[in-house]
Ligand binder design. Sequence first.
Ligand code: OSB
Ligand code: MG
Length: 375
Amino acid sequence: MTPVFPGIRIDAAELRLVRLPLLTPFVISTGTMTEKLFPLLVLRGEGLEGYAEGVMDPLPDYLEETLPGSLAFLRQAVLPQLVGRRFDSPAALAALLDPWRGHRMAKAMVEMALWDLWAKALNLPLSAALGGVRDAVEVGVSLGIADIPTTLDRVRVAVEAGYRRVKLKIKRGHDTALLAAVRAEFPDTKLTVDANTDYRLGGLPLLKSMDAFGLDYIEQPLAYDDIHDHARLQAQMLTAICLDESIRSATDARRALVADAARVVNIKVGRVGGFGQARAIHDLCAAFDVPVWCGGMLESGIGRAQNIHLASLPNFTKPGDTSSASRYFRRDIVEQPLEAEAGLMAVPRHGPGLGVTLDRAYLAQVSDAPEVFAA
Ligand code: OSB
Ligand code: MG
């Protein structure tokens, strides 16, 4: 008889905060980031370690969830319950996590770390365990808000490096003149814009005028919680609307797809509650013939590896935001450089699971001592 896979017992969890300086401040319509502060979770079990990086910010400026709230939830509710338990599969976490409201970024950390452990226990790359179909994924860059000459320089660098698409961050008052300048110098570059919710339907003529720039899509032009108005906007615009902030779950994706509020979807595994939800959104979009791509949140090597493995699934047919880590950080917390070549990012396979290993010496320099939860 084939032995039954005994599942994974979680012996211990380690939670720490990591602070990495950004090489260049990253400016979007909602604010400026000068460092990347993120929680790192390590789960131990079966003699293995699973890792996950969270995407929550200190303040609710991207979505509602915040770092202090997530940490309290993980410390007080989730991690004490997790240790000592055995899980047949990552999906079995639902019984523990689903009863709690929201906190999808915190839940994602636990789920992603268990996926890493699970894939390692099966001795598979995470990509293979998820159903990925590619050894490398197409990537583009996301360029923060800057003046027009600076932006033109940055586009030139990205295009010369072979990135497959350029995404320009825009906001009211920093849109059409920028687009005209970029299009004048780069008539054929695959171009998108990301407003991070800065516009309203009242600005319809301005938004419609962006149809003239041959954009692949316009990302999250309207409010983070307004699928309805995005549907109204899509009905008036030729350019495809892509939703990011508005898609926090497969339920949100279903609402957006049924309403024709998004003809492209940005999936961030750390935003939607983990690989299970990310895959559900991926499958739902495929059923609606809506292409998806993998977004990013300026992740370190752990989060970057999470994104790359996810982006190997079949319906990730548009270039993702997972560009080279060296564009953001002088040094990463993983030992393997995650660098794109000619617009392709190889799925990391330096071992099973996430396929990257922690640089413990550097991690100790950029983080506090971990909080340990043991069975
Ligand atoms: O909207 O995609 C976004 C970074 C922080 C917050 C929101 C967003 C972003 C990015 C970064 O665009 C993309 C990357 O990780 O390179
Ligand atoms: Mg976005």
